[in-house]
Design a protein around this ligand. Structure first.
Ligand code: SF4
Ligand code: SF4
Length: 377
């Protein structure tokens, strides 16, 4: 296993971090964790040197933190680093405060301290909630008390505010969405460089863009197939692993095979060759042409939808169609979504939009899904 070491952090951390947001589930349409299988995945990762585990208040409908306790409490506390996050949108919508949430999270995770603690999914709007509640000040106090070892934030907002934020407060690290698609398309490069210039270590989330850089479309796959039999995900992981200011790369692993494949990538730790870099550029070109709705399947929108539409599942079916242009295939995937959660249930209220870190116009895109689903055979 490759490890990173940053003087400002003072810890040897596995480059591969386990994101506890896409654990195996008991069924496709439910968020409940298949605990037996998920524990098997954690054990495989622990056995192979993965020491960074990332959860959050919201993941798996609020069950990920309890699962982190169940899984990690079987190991000595000093053998793993645990990260979780303060949910600003939940604070705003429910008038709940930092202290109450933080104390609850320690208890739920079964720990006395968090190694890494983040303000979650910060943007201009969410930061107002954190500032009104003096979250940064409270968490800095907790850091002095040793209940937080390193304080940072994850970000989904505009660049100017990002720079303002990293200069206004002292941060130990920052978590960004970086992958070869977003590097240019979403300007991830500029955010990354802003951190590098300031020597703030970067944690990467969504390196495979919610799995979409693994699924790819046939033209993009063909580019990688010419190079050999390495998985498509491994190229995406190696792209971010080559960035020198990256401390950890989070992967939300859902299957035993994914853990094995990611372990292989980070055990080998091979930098990309010139050929491979060119292949990524080419594959990205083909991928971009067919990527219709940039949903990462984070599910942040779902719990806010009064109609309980399975928004990411609708978008996933649509994106698959956009690659294959096979209407029958689309309809087969689409009818697997329970009828009461399909796109036609959307009432267009727009509540979901402010919860989407990718700033997707969800109601408009659901209309496109509905039109396609309604097309006559
Ligand atoms: S706009 Fe549609 S999908 Fe979004 S919250 Fe409202 S009903 Fe749900
Ligand atoms: S629509 Fe946005 S919030 Fe919802 S799952 Fe996709 S990326 Fe996440």
């Amino acid at each position: 296993m490759q490890y990173s070491y940053f003087d400002s952090i003072g810890k040897s951390i596995s480059k591969l971090g386990f994101g506890l947001m896409r654990l195996p589930k008991i069924s496709e349409n439910e968020d409940a964790i298949d605990r037996e299988e998920a524990l098997r995945l954690i054990d495989l990762a622990m056995k192979n040197g993965v020491n960074y585990y990332d959860t959050a208040y919201f993941y798996h409908g609020g069950d990920s933190e309890s699962f982190a306790k169940e899984a990690l409490s079987r190991y000595p506390r000093e053998s793993y680093y645990l990260a979780t996050k303060l949910p600003g949108s939940y604070m705003r919508d429910n008038n709940i405060h930092t202290q109450e949430l933080f104390e609850g999270q320690l208890e739920k995770c079964g720990v006395d301290y968090f190694d890494f603690y983040l303000l979650h999914a910060v943007n201009r709007d969410i930061m107002k909630t954190f500032e009104a509640d003096k979250s940064y000040e409270y968490l800095t106090e907790q850091k002095k008390l040793g209940r937080i070892k390193h304080l940072g934030f994850s970000y989904h907002g505009d660049y100017d505010f990002f720079v303002e934020l990293i200069d206004k407060y002292k941060w130990d690290f920052v978590q960004l969405q970086i992958n070869y698609y977003d590097w240019e398309a979403d300007n991830a490069k500029a955010y990354y460089l802003a951190l590098e210039e300031r020597n703030i270590p970067c944690i990467v989330m969504e390196p495979v863009r919610g799995g979409s850089l693994h699924k790819l479309n046939p033209e993009a796959r063909a580019v990688f197939d010419e190079l050999g039999d390495a998985s498509y995900a491994s190229y995406a992981l190696r792209f971010v692993n080559d960035l020198p200011n990256v401390m950890v790369i989070l992967s939300g692993m859902s299957t035993y095979e994914q853990v094995e494949d990611n372990l292989k990538t980070f055990n080998e730790g091979k930098p990309l060759s010139t050929n491979e870099k060119e292949a990524i550029e080419k594959a990205n070109y083909f991928f971009r042409r067919n990527f219709a709705i940039p949903c990462t399947d984070c599910k942040y929108c779902v719990e806010h939808c009064p109609a309980n539409v399975d928004i990411p599942a609708c978008f996933s079916a649509y994106n698959e169609y956009n690659k294959s242009r096979d209407t029958d295939d689309f309809k087969r995937s689409y009818i697997k979504i329970p009828f009461e959660r399909q796109a036609h249930n959307c009432i267009g209220c727009g509540v979901c939009v402010s919860h989407c870190p990718q700033q997707i116009k969800i109601p408009d895109n659901l209309k496109k899904v509905k039109v396609l689903a309604d097309e006559k055979d």
